[in-house]
Design a protein around this ligand. Structure first.
Ligand SMILES: *[C@@H]1O[C@H](CO)[C@@H](O)[C@H](O)[C@H]1NC(C)=O
Ligand SMILES: *[C@@H]1O[C@H](CO)[C@@H](O)[C@H](O)[C@H]1NC(C)=O
Ligand SMILES: *[C@@H]1O[C@H](CO)[C@@H](O)[C@H](O)[C@H]1NC(C)=O
Length: 232
């Protein structure tokens, strides 16, 4: 099932169509748990304020996608790469998030940057040129173990701007990540089918307490990623 995406409108239309035909969306209840219900937050803690956790990879995704190795492979399939591999340079202070799962505030599990078509050097290029970027936390604490991955996605300017975001950098980073992910992607012999849904009501819109004072539209995108069976 190949999907050509020409814009977010068609992205959401396709996601809706898939949900209606029952191809990929199953029980909403275990996609993720709202962090606020467990005393957590849909914003992380950067140095002075928070970045929105604006993309969630559903706990109903194929279990192999939700492991550390799995998200690494999936990120590569959609054109991003673990930033630890940028020639060993550390690319930014950790941020903490509390997903309301009973694990409290934790540093991100992983960080990814757009790879510009080169697995290793591409990630360094993102640092120099700007581009898409996301941090990952896993909701697997004892009180709310959905297995979902919460991503803080943003779009950065080039490094001379000190990893500042472009205007509207959270909404744009989220949308570009989703558009790049949705549909059919293959990497290392694994084929992923990704469906997106818009989630409202778990993130307040506006710029109150948001890092860099950049307003968010309050929409979180839920991605459900299914590994396709190998063709014989
Ligand atoms: C943010 O940091 C404050 C102060 O260290 C802490 O009390 C709060 O729990 C943190 N919130 C998150 C979401 O990590
Ligand atoms: C988070 O990262 C900071 C800086 O690397 C480190 O000092 C701190 O111990 C880490 N916290 C946790 C809970 O791992
Ligand atoms: C979160 O909690 C789960 C279950 O108690 C535990 O297995 C996991 O290691 C915790 N995660 C971190 C990063 O501490």
């Amino acid at each position: 099932m190949h999907m050509m995406i020409h814009g977010l409108l068609s992205l959401f239309t396709l996601a809706y169509a898939s949900a209606v035909t029952g191809l990929t969306i199953q029980k909403r209840a275990v996609d993720f748990f709202d962090p606020a219900l467990g005393g957590g937050s849909i914003f992380d803690n950067a140095t002075f304020s928070g970045s929105p956790l604006n993309v969630i990879i559903s706990g109903l995704s194929s279990p192999d996608v939700l492991t550390d190795k799995g998200i690494l492979d999936y990120a590569q399939a959609i054109g991003l790469h673990s930033s630890q591999e940028c020639l060993g340079f550390h690319l930014g202070a950790p941020q903490t998030a509390n997903l309301g799962d009973g694990n409290g505030s934790l540093n991100q599990t992983m960080e990814f940057r757009q790879d510009f078509g080169h697995d290793v050097l591409g990630t360094c290029l993102e640092s120099l040129l700007g581009g898409n970027h996301f941090l990952v936390w896993r909701q697997n604490g004892p009180q709310a173990s959905s297995g979902a991955l919460f991503l803080a996605a943003s779009k950065e300017k080039d490094s001379s701007k000190n990893h500042d975001l472009v205007d509207d950098g959270y909404n744009i980073g989220r949308d570009e990540l989703a558009v790049g992910a949705v549909g059919t992607k293959s990497h290392n012999g694994v084929t992923y089918e990704t469906v997106a849904q818009k989630i409202t009501g778990i993130m307040p819109a506006g710029s109150d307490g948001v890092n860099h004072g950049i307003a968010v539209d309050g929409i979180v995108i839920l991605l459900t990623v299914t590994i396709q069976p190998k063709e014989q």
